[in-house]
Every structure is written in structure tokens, then in C-alpha cells.
Design a protein around this ligand. Sequence first.
Ligand SMILES: NC(=O)c1ccc[n+]([C@@H]2O[C@H](COP(=O)([O-])OP(=O)(O)OC[C@H]3O[C@@H](n4cnc5c(N)ncnc54)[C@H](O)[C@@H]3O)[C@@H](O)[C@H]2O)c1
Length: 341
Amino acid sequence: MINVGVIGLGMMGNTHLDVYGARDDVNVAAVADIDRDRLSGKAKAGGNIEGQAQGGADLSAARRYDEGMRLIADPDVDVVDICLWTHLHAAFARAAIEAGKHVLVEKPLAPQGAEAFALARLAERSDKVVMPAMCMRFWPGWDWLKAAIDEQRYGKVRAAHFRRVTSHPGGEFYLNGDQCGGAILDLHVHDTDFIQWCFGPPARVLSRGYDKLTNRIDHVVTSYHYKSDHAPAIVTAEGGWAYQEGFGFEMQFTVNFDDATAVFDLAGDPVLRLIRAGETEPVKLAEGMGYQHEIDYFLGCVVGGKKPQRVTVRDAAVSVAIVEAEARSVREGGPVKPELA
Ligand SMILES: NC(=O)c1ccc[n+]([C@@H]2O[C@H](COP(=O)([O-])OP(=O)(O)OC[C@H]3O[C@@H](n4cnc5c(N)ncnc54)[C@H](O)[C@@H]3O)[C@@H](O)[C@H]2O)c1
């Protein structure tokens, strides 16, 4: 049995509990939340994707802590899963690593690149499994795209566009720019991370954006510039939560290869389609959400005693640094080189 402790019983804590609850080799040994109603199960957070955040694990025997650090000190917890607010990620991950636990930490790794890189250095010295929850690297359809790019299945990528836009999720944390980092860090980082996974860190970014609901950037459009001839000529991503209430949640990509165009739309039917020479074919995807595949991969590393390859803490730190460059580009109005410490 893998003894897991989940810190933070909000939307993501409940999403992770769904995955643990579906496995028969996981015992959710402990949970923690400073909100007493969430800790007792009286109050539950909802998800932004249908079927998400049901909190589907049996917690009847779980120890309940009213502070996350107390869970980290529990000797019977082997894996600490950090689903806290962003500004707390690095401090709790650091404490859990120092306590000798395996750690899964939600994205984004930290509000600032410097803090994120310091955590990456610590994680690299740990003999335990430490993984950031960059879920798009595990999302059905997005993993298909990464493989198609790597294999050059349809030739070279000429242009890649990513889009993730919604109305504001609400709640104090997501309105507090110092804690959540605005949409540019909280939401758009998913696409920044996926882009650097597919094409590497860009040489420069050129971004436009605005603030509306937080004191950070709530809607951004970025053009990622590469020097290499192998990189696509055009890579862009749009991310924002400044749309009017009722807009819903849109998650999309359009990628133009030499010999095919791939279109993903979370709300589409089919979700992923491939257009070639006048024909459109649906692409069959694995069941489930990226969260499930991500946690299955993480637990596979824990059980197999292997360091994660698909995503590292350093990768997540690089994504924070690229987002920082994007924010600077919005402020300064010109292209910015990411500082990859
Ligand atoms: N991977 C994804 O797709 C994805 C999606 C949404 C959110 N997130 C990230 O997950 C994190 C959490 O987001 P959320 O929407 O679940 O937030 P949330 O507010 O719903 O949940 C966070 C919980 O942490 C609790 N908490 C705060 N301080 C604590 C402490 N010291 N000890 C114990 N509990 C404490 C809060 O009471 C709250 O219940 C954020 O960093 C967010 O960016 C990731």
C-alpha cells in the first residue's frame, strides 16, 4: 500500500482524491486543510471540467490535520500531495522533501522563478520522487500531439496555436494576484509548459496582455520566438480568465504540420481531429483526464524507484521563468529573453 497524505482539500485536492480513490494500492492515510468545513467533509469545492473534483476517496480512516505542516510530520505518510495555493507550494514542498517524503506538488511551482529554481535544486538532491503536477503533459490528445511532433509523423510543424480562456473561477485566492499570479501564471502556464516540452524554451517571447480582476495579467497572448530552423515559424498561446461570467472554459490547440492539421477542442465532438488532403478523421484518445494519467505516472515512479523523466521540477521552474519573461514583455512592450537560472 502507498500511504498518501493530501494537503489542501479544494478543487485540486478533490481531483487528486478521485484518482487515489480509483486505485486499490493507495491508502489515503491523512488529509489536511485549514478550513474546518472542508476538512470535515461538510463543504466541498467544485471543478471546472465536468466530472472533476468529486473527492472520490474513502477518508473514513484518514487522519485529519488542521495545518498542512502537521501532515508532513506524520511518520506514516510516505507520499505528500500538495494541492495548496500557489504562494505556499515551494515552502510546503521544501518541508516535505526535507522530511524525506515523496512529493507531488501542484502547478505552478512558485510565483517567482528564483524560488522555483531553488526548489528544483533541492529536489535534484533528494533520493525520493519529487514531481510537479504539469498535467497537460499527460492529457489525452496533448500526449498524442507531443508524440506526433517528436516522430515527425506528419512532417515538420509550421505553426502551433494554443488557447485556454474562461471566465474568472471566483474565490479569494484567484482574485489575489500576489497569491495566484494572475491568469498568466495560474492558467496560461499550462500552455507555456507544453510549448517548452514540445519545442524547448524559446529564445524570446513577445506578449500583449492586460489586468482586470487581479493586480497581475488576467489575459495574455504570447508569440514564442525560436532561433532554430527546426522550430516552427509560428508558436502562439492565448490564456485568460477575464471573459464574462457564463463564457465557460475553452481549451484548444491548432497545429499545422507540413502534411496535416491537428485540431483539439475540449468541447468538440470529436475532441481531436486530424485534417489531411481534404479528409477529416477523428483521433481516438485514451479515457480519462490528464490528472489521472499524471498521478498514475507519479505513483509508477514511486513504486518503481525511478526519477520522473516526463516532467521534472526543473522543467516546471523553467515554465515559471518563461511566464515571468512574458509578464515583463507585456510591461515593457518588446521581446524578452527568459532567464533560465
Ligand atoms: N493542474 C491543474 O489543472 C490545476 C487546476 C486548478 C488549480 N490548480 C492549482 O492547484 C492549487 C490549488 O487550487 P484550488 O483551486 O484547489 O484551490 P482551493 O482554494 O480550492 O484549495 C486550496 C485549499 O488549501 C487549503 N489551505 C490553505 N492553506 C493551508 C495550509 N497551511 N494547510 C492546509 N490547507 C491549507 C485551503 O483552505 C483550501 O481548501 C493552485 O495552486 C492552483 O493553481 C491546478
